[in-house]
Design a protein around this ligand. Sequence first.
Ligand SMILES: [Zn+2]
Length: 303
Amino acid sequence: MLQTSHFERKYNQITLNKQDDHVPSQLNIFSLFAIIMPMMSRSDIAREIVLVCQRLAQKGFVTATDGNVSARLPNGNILTTPTALNKGRVTESDLVEAKADGSAVTLSRKPSTELGMHLFIYGERPEVNAVVHAHPPYATGFATARISLTECVFPEVIVSLGAIPLAPYATPSTNEVAESLAPFVGAADAILLTNHGVVAYGNDPEDAYFKLEKVEHAAHIIFVARLLGGEHRLTADQVQQLRSLSQATYGKDPSGKTACDPEIPPGASEGDLKELIRAILAEQMKSSSPARSDQQHSVHRGT
Ligand SMILES: [Zn+2]
């Protein structure tokens, strides 16, 4: 299990002025990102969180009081849905502001019990500005059957998300959830949570929601394909063509994402294939490294 001290160490590095929403008290990596990225105001962010909550409820991705949504504010604090409230009923005034160490700034309601998972993701991925967690039925069905979505099947998913890994089971609302994400969070923008649901994250609440929606859509289609005899994966060559096209057309560098598993040609072993993919990615990383920092913002943006 992650020790509390780990979180304290990680989040004690963040010192921001909580008195003023717009003026960081000292320059750190979060305030640097806030300067570089197009800034949404607090009210824009709150409005978008509410819209995402409504979509989660309308789509049936959550029931009762399930799910949680959060976003990073211009002051470095996190604005999150409160605990124990149906997502279809969330209003902007229900949202809770919390500091990066998890302590609440807004005292009228308690933050989501999964706030620790959200904070862990923000800590590990400084460019991420929003996190959405829900229990969409098809993707959660795969997570409950303990089947990851790592096969190369859909071009859109391959170029925007790469492989969608399955994190091991962790007791919801505990630090175990963050620990279960640790091996995957750096190279995935959406993760299945075993026997639980899905978490996705991105540049803003809508971007994070779209990623979660894309995961659910992929899971639904694969489910249907399996009823019809099973999906067919794209080959390594087809995947490489997609990645090259994505990079040339959209400037997206896919090398930071975990590669999906392509179709295995007759006679080749899975080990051979993984070696080939690793070589392709290493080659891509070499050729794209000078522009990588400039493209950081677009790398994790969905199409
Ligand atoms: Zn949950």
